[in-house]
Design a protein around this ligand. Sequence first.
Ligand SMILES: Nc1ncnc2c1ncn2[C@@H]1O[C@H](COP(=O)(O)OP(=O)(O)OP(=O)(O)O)[C@@H](O)[C@H]1O
Ligand SMILES: [Mg+2]
Length: 278
Amino acid sequence: MTVAQASPAPDTATPILSVNNVEVIYNHVILVLKGVSLQVPESGIVALLGGNGAGKSTTLKTISCLLRAERGDVTKGSVLYRGERVDDLTPNELVRRGVIQVMEGRHCFGHLTVEENLLTGAFIHGNNRRQIADDLEKVYHYFPRLKQRRASQAGYTSGGEQQMTAIGRALMSRPRTILLDEPSMGLAPQLVEEIFEIVQRLNAEQGVAILLAEQNTSVALRYAHYGYILENGRVVLDGDAAALRENEDVKEFYLGMAGEGRRSFKDVKHYRRRKRWL
Ligand SMILES: Nc1ncnc2c1ncn2[C@@H]1O[C@H](COP(=O)(O)OP(=O)(O)OP(=O)(O)O)[C@@H](O)[C@H]1O
Ligand SMILES: [Mg+2]
């Protein structure tokens, strides 16, 4: 395990994606990412953890080239995918190279059916009907619930089904890397497990690399191989998921498992000072 600045990928694999010292500014003035570096190994599941406003979504949007749409600019650093710089591509070009983001808040087209939603993800590789049918079958194989609900209007399906639809739609583009923003948000624990298990299978069986932004540290560290903790636009800690799960600071500040029981307000006040990594 390493602290702060150094962020080596696990030495078991070469990175497919690497973010190098990236700085992001919104609206020309709001500095949000202050030199973020991280790596995703080929076929890895990497968790990007941190509280509200830490910069998780901004990091994912930086990679997927979606920042410009939000008046965000990368003012320093670089993003490499398979060794090539990708920070100047359009989101579509990046999808063609195999990287797609599933946005926070499971954006579905509410008035379209589940299947129509999935089909909107297929356009990127042209119009080969046979291929599209195969891809659809693959999505239904991983998400049998969506097959049952294929003709339902997406807006009337459950939150979990909408999250599955959003991931399924991303799969229709045949990604090699998926950037998944808060898949657990607003879902019951059992559904969260169901979704993470499917993501894990996609990774293991299809070799899809996953970069996962999550506030739910506990779940994310059970499914990820490696994790980065982001605070206030900086990586403050990174390491193998198993090591992070055992780290005292992570336990105390992110897993709510402080040894001494409930923390008093006074402890909370000294929150930052007591952090060993700051
Ligand atoms: N389009 C924007 N314009 C200006 N500031 C923004 C914009 N998007 C995000 N921010 C700010 O950037 C910071 C990081 O936001 P970001 O959404 O990346 O955090 P996050 O870690 O994903 O948080 P959450 O867990 O709440 O989703 C926040 O302070 C947020 O207010
Ligand atoms: Mg976010």
